[in-house]
Design a protein around this ligand. Structure first.
Ligand SMILES: [Fe+2]
Ligand SMILES: [Fe+2]
Length: 374
């Protein structure tokens, strides 16, 4: 999809909503804007277009669009006024639905309606994060911290819904990883983006977030394209989802584990992969990363697979490095947290066996550079 299409969509969405404020939804000018939006959606891959608002930026189909101009600012404001952070146009959307969307966004009523082929995502910020984001005087550091709180809250909500009987709202996760990517691009220090574990019960979410941030930073450092960085970010956020499907009294047992309990914990990659394989909208990559993140570069590790001699997927190699680093950096009830230098030294000893040597070298350099600049 080209920039002209994005610009056309922004312009016609703004026009449609503005005209909807002046006239009724039946007015010709609203209809013209809706028809133009529909024609432009036809230029999107598979006629799908996901428009996301991440802070003040617009993201189209997971690609940041920097040249949105004054109309972009206006669209961000119009959607923001309704608490909408995402608009997904799906194949089969009609002029009538787009007109109805314009009318709803133009109205002074709080809630926008339901449409068969348009999905709206809401901003669900906690109060602390809202305050800091709204506060223009917030310095960069406190803003990063506030974003982290917001991201933790979102990931916590999604993780709280993990159950074989419920749908996983992955749209929320896509927004989380896009926010990380934009935060890197704004030049935020990687180490400042990592969350300390505040309480034992938060470990699952903060670990998921940290692994995602580190894996995305490494993917970005390798020069991968935006959509690959995003896919790795989502896969990393979900790598340990299988832990939520094993008995929590085993997972959080403070003392030493019996060999049977240890065996149960070692099943989390299999449980996670089996669970994710059934979730609609989850990429095969996320399933693979969940399955392979405790396998090692030399093909040892767990679980033992039928094609055991095959190396981990490159994305799994990245997540394995991020996962190991964060696991050892975190303070756990049974051991102190290790310093960055201690963890990197331990990892170095496993270069070529536990970890891909080239990726580990990149990761080490990236972390040391971030530490020097922090
Ligand atoms: Fe794990
Ligand atoms: Fe993990």
């Amino acid at each position: 999809m080209i920039a002209a299409t994005f610009r056309g969509l922004i312009w016609n969405l703004v026009v449609g909503i503005s005209q909807g404020r002046l006239y009724s939804a039946a007015h010709e000018s609203v209809g013209v804007a809706a028809e133009r939006v529909l024609a432009l959606l036809g230029e999107c891959a598979d006629s799908r277009c996901a428009i996301m608002v991440v802070k003040d930026d617009l993201v189209f189909n997971n690609t940041l669009f920097r040249e949105a101009g004054i109309h972009g600012v206006k669209l961000v404001r119009l959607l923001g006024a309704k608490g909408i952070s995402r608009v997904d146009f799906q194949p089969g959307v009609s002029v009538g639905e787009i007109r109805a969307l314009f009318a709803d966004l133009a109205s002074t009523k709080d809630a926008a309606g339901q449409y068969a082929h348009i999905r709206l995502g809401r901003v669900e910020m906690n109060t602390a994060a809202q305050g800091a984001v709204a506060g223009a005087s917030a310095d960069a550091g406190s803003l990063d911290d506030a974003l982290n709180d917001e991201q933790i809250a979102r990931v916590k909500t999604v993780y709280g819904q993990v159950s074989p009987f419920r749908e996983l709202p992955i749209v929320g996760l896509e927004e989380v990883v896009t926010t990380f990517l934009l935060t890197f691009r704004r030049g935020a220090n990687l180490l400042r983006m990592l969350s300390p574990v505040k309480s034992h019960s938060e470990h699952t979410y903060t670990h998921a977030i940290n692994v995602s941030v580190l894996a995305m930073a490494l993917a970005e450092n390798l020069g991968l394209k935006d959509d690959s960085v995003q896919s790795i970010g989502i896969a990393a956020l979900l790598h340990d989802v299988g832990k939520l499907l094993i008995p929590q009294e085993v997972l959080h047992k403070p003392g030493a584990l019996s060999s049977e309990e240890f065996g149960t914990i070692m099943k989390h990659p299999l449980y996670g992969a089996a669970y994710l394989a059934r979730v609609e909208g989850i990429t095969k990559l996320a399933v693979l990363v969940a399955l392979e993140h405790h396998r090692k570069f030399d093909t040892s590790g767990y679980p033992v697979l039928r094609d055991n001699g095959r190396r981990q997927h490159a994305a799994s190699q990245i997540v394995t490095i991020a996962d190991f680093y964060d696991a050892l950096r975190s303070h756990r009830p049974y051991r102190r947290s290790l310093s960055m230098g201690e963890v990197l030294a331990i990892m170095q000893k496993e270069s070529g066996t536990g970890f891909n040597p080239a990726l580990l070298q990149r990761f080490t350099r990236m972390m040391l550079k971030a530490a020097a600049e922090a």
